[in-house]
Ligand binder design. Structure first.
Ligand code: Z5A
Length: 218
């Protein structure tokens, strides 16, 4: 049956750092887990990631962007996520369908019914059991992300979204918070302004609780 946990948040919110710590925590507890990411996580997604995240000398309109994220997800779910869940693993996924709703739906302004329908189609009926939303002011997240990007070589930068206006990232944050309000049972909002160690404690508490609930429901 497995447990499907997604990590979401604006850029620089610390979700990638926390997913690594969560993976270590589960490993130490002897829990089989799959750490994965979107876009990526399967060969098709890794190719699409290059197109979607690097600044490119061609245009990608919002509609095409939505379809490319959906295509990457459809393959990722069927090739990696569903098989891992069927093996009883804990799947830790860095971004998933909520990112599409926040970025392409809420921030780019695409029709939300279309976004929801495509998300449902790509997900093949499997929603996350738990979504950890790392929330912090946009200025703080972007400053962290920029510091990280500056240390990378040009070909590793993946900064097409980072180049968007501050107001775009503000909308992404609002979109995430609205989604969390709509589905309070699935989402847990984590204050991402805190120290890495304090955030890790909170993440582990939420994971422990979700694992206990999974055992109880078996
Ligand atoms: N996207 C989309 O539009 N639609 C979709 O459907 C999907 C994605 C799936 C790539 O995402 C882009 O794809 C994303 C949305 C879009 N673009 N944006 N924006 P990604 O997840 O691969 O990339 P990212 O969001 O840009 O990740 P990031 O910048 O690496 O941020 P992060 O993972 O949240 O943070 P981090 O890497 O853990 O930390 C960033 C830096 O801050 C790093 O130097 C850390 O050491 C530091 N850090 C971390 N935690 C702390 C704390 N607590 N205090 C101080 N410093 C910290």
């Amino acid at each position: 049956m497995g447990l499907f946990v997604t990590f979401e948040g604006i850029e620089g919110s610390g979700k990638t750092t926390q997913i690594g710590l969560a993976e270590e925590y589960l490993d130490r507890r002897g829990m089989p887990c799959l750490r994965t990411e979107e876009p990526g996580g399967a060969p098709l997604g890794r190719r699409l990631r290059e197109l979607l995240l690097n600044r490119a000398p061609f245009a990608i309109c919002p509609e095409a962007e939505l379809l490319l994220f959906a295509a990457a997800r459809a393959q990722h779910v069927r090739e990696a996520i569903l098989p891992a869940l069927a093996e009883g693993k804990v799947v830790l996924c860095d971004r998933f369908a909520d990112a599409t709703a926040a970025y392409q739906g809420y921030a780019r302004g695409l029709d939300m019914k279309t976004v929801d329908a495509l998300n449902a189609f790509a997900m093949g009926g499997r929603c996350p059991d738990l979504t950890l939303l790392f929330d912090l002011p946009v200025e703080m997240g972007l400053a962290r992300a920029r510091r990280r990007i500056e240390l990378l070589a040009d070909e590793q930068k993946e900064d097409r979204f980072e180049a968007e206006e501050l107001s775009f990232h503000q909308k992404v944050r609002e979109g995430y918070l609205l989604a969390a309000n709509r589905e309070p049972k699935r989402f847990r909002i984590i204050d991402a302004t805190g120290a890495i160690a304090a955030m890790r404690e909170t993440v582990c508490l939420h994971l422990d609780r979700a694992l206990r609930e999974r055992e109880r429901d078996r």
